[in-house]
Design a protein around this ligand. Sequence first.
Ligand code: PLP
Length: 458
Amino acid sequence: MELPWAEPYKVKMVEEIFMSSREQREKWIEEEGNNLFNLASDRVFIDLLTDSGTGAMSDRQWAEIMMGDESYAGSQSYLKLREVVRHTLGFPYFLPTHQGRAAENVLFSILVKENNVVPGNSHFDTTKGHIEFRKAHAIDCTIEEAFDINNLHPFKGNIDLEKLEEVYKAHPKENIPFCMITVTCNSSGGQPVSMQNIKDVKALSDRYGIPVFFDAARFAENAYFIKEREDEYQDKTIKEIVKEMFSYGDGFTMSAKKDGLVNIGGLLGMRNEQLYRACGNMGIIYEGFITYGGLAGRDLAALAQGLLESTELPYLKARIDQVEYLGNKLIAYGIPIQKPIGGHAVFVDALNFLTHVPREEYPAQTLAIELYKESGVRGVEIGTLLADRDPETRKDRFPKLELLRLAIPRRTYSYKHLDYVAAALKNIFDRREEIRSGLEIVWESEILRHFTILLKKK
Ligand SMILES: *Cc1c(COP(=O)(O)O)cnc(C)c1O
């Protein structure tokens, strides 16, 4: 018999999680305005709210924490991280930052000006926020296939080169500070970008003299998909693929809370020394001195180790396998989800799940609340509440897709936990015909309403 595959790690420390009763959960979530962000974590059994900073560190990372050098300037932990950024990612210059959006803030403070346009594949919300905050515009050039959840295109994060060239033709070069490639593309469901597409975007951008930057939060997961799905890369190591991917970029921003395998942190990398100097000044204003950037020395050391671990194939196989396992279970139960299954989360299609709940009553949030009451599992709405109101009409903006996202933290839950999540969704799916009403808003903030919104049952 061929031996089955198994995880390349064993568990050294455990953390208790708490089961509650359905009655308790119904009471709690009602008290908290049907907003899952308001729940204390001990009222959640399995927490799939996000995979950002919620994973488990390895024993080697914890060892690095103990050895962290807290010198204000020139810390050994900084030098360790610099070595990894140079050799594993291939960038000569970098700044640590306290998280991904801080790297965006520092870089965009230098490069993005009013009325600029920044093309890319679906920009992440904080990235878009930092662009729009500077009165510039993010232009989404993702391929059309990305918006059809049943289209099995292997690289739904790809940039449409025609759309991109239109942007390059329509605006003078001075108004386009860079093109941003997000790997994997979070906003389109953790979908990867192919090496071919990255190369093509780089070649096109070179012709127009536009730099290319990566939003690299899930760069290692993207490299894994390149190895799996792009023929000429199947014999390359993940580290070789990572190095090649980054070789097509002039720089990157990174939330280290994802593939950095740490609980907090970010990076900004670049090739140009002048840009590094300019960003360094901005970093000192916002983050801290250039050798720590808002992080403790021990955080830098744990990140250096995390980057080495996340770029190993066995780790990535275990990571992506969990996401695929949950996704395939749901598919087997007939539950509609986004396909192909992405790198970090499973997205349940709420419009085709709760078909009797009107869009005005927020089907994805309704499903998220049902799942919590059923099981104590916390997911998150990626739908109308997140899409917010139209700034002019103040009417709800209805996005193309209304999704419940189940993000899987790294190295954290077992396959039994995933079975539990799938069973809970199946129970709701079996009684979906009975769910005919959703939620209405009691209170909401002016912007980013989903974090603090209060809702009640319709
Ligand atoms: C998480 C994330 C960010 C923002 O990073 P934070 O560490 O949360 O500030 C930016 N881009 C992408 C693609 C992300 O996934």
